[in-house]
Ligand binder design. Sequence first.
Ligand SMILES: Nc1ncnc2c1ncn2[C@@H]1O[C@H](COP(=O)(O)OP(=O)(O)O)[C@@H](O)[C@H]1O
Ligand SMILES: [Mg+2]
Length: 251
Amino acid sequence: MSAGLASSMAAALDPTVFARGLGFDPEPWQERLLRSTESRALVLCSRQVGKTTTTAYRALHTALYCPGRDVLVISPTQRQSDELLHRVASLYRGMREMPRLKRSNASEMGLANGSRIVSLPGSEGGIRGFAGVRLLIVDEASRVDDDVFASALPMVASDGQVIALSTPWGRRGWFFELHEETANGWERHKVTVFESRQWPERRIAEAKAALGSFVFASDYLCEFGDTDSQMFSTESVRAAFAPGVQPLEVI
Ligand SMILES: Nc1ncnc2c1ncn2[C@@H]1O[C@H](COP(=O)(O)OP(=O)(O)O)[C@@H](O)[C@H]1O
Ligand SMILES: [Mg+2]
C-alpha cells in the first residue's frame, strides 16, 4: 500500500488523524471526543476550552467519510449555529485536496458526495424536515429549549450519533436532567477550566476575580447551580456581575 493511501485510510478511520492532518493538536479530552463512537455523548465543559472547534472537526470528518448523510448543528440561535458551520468551512478550505462542493452558504455546506452540514436555529419550527441524520451536534446545549431537543432527537438515524456540549445553565432543562440521570446510555465527558491547555493559571485567576465564585463555579468548574435553598436565581446572580467592575473590598 502506498504511504499516501495508508495515511488517507488512517484519516478516514480516525478523526484525530484527520484533525492532526489539518494542523490541529487535540488535547486528551478532545481526542476522546473526536474518537467517541458512542451513539449519545454529553460534554459538560468550561467556557472557551474548544467545544466548538472540536465538533467542527468531527462534523467535517463525518460529512466527508459518510457519503450522502446529514450532519445537523443546533444551538440556541441561528447565529451561533452558523458560527460552527463557518469554522467547518474554514477547516475545509485548509484541506490540501478540497472535495467538490455542491452548495455553500451561511447555513449549509453540501458536498459532492451527497453529504450536508446544516446549521439550524434553536426554535422548534426551524428544525423540521430532516430524517436519517448521521450526526446531531447540539452546541451550548443547556440553553436549547426542551421542545427543540425533543423534536430533533427522532431525526437521528439508528446508526446516528448525538453530541450535546455545554456549560451548565442552572438546574433545569433536558441537558441538566440527562446529566443527573444515571445509566441512561449517554457517555459523559467533563472538562473544567483546570483540565484545558487553553487556560493558563493567570487567565483563570483573572476570570475568577471578574466573575465572582457563583458564575465561576458554573461556567468554569461546570457545576450546576441553583438549589432549592438559593435565594436568587442563576440569572439574577449573573446579572449582578458586570465585566470590568471590581468587587468591593470588605474591610
Ligand atoms: N487543541 C487546541 N489547540 C489550540 N487551540 C485550541 C485548541 N482547542 C481550542 N483552541 C482554541 O481555543 C479557543 C476557544 O475555542 P472554542 O472552540 O471557541 O471554545 P468553546 O466553544 O469551548 O467556547 C479558540 O481560539 C480555539 O482555536
Ligand atoms: Mg463555542
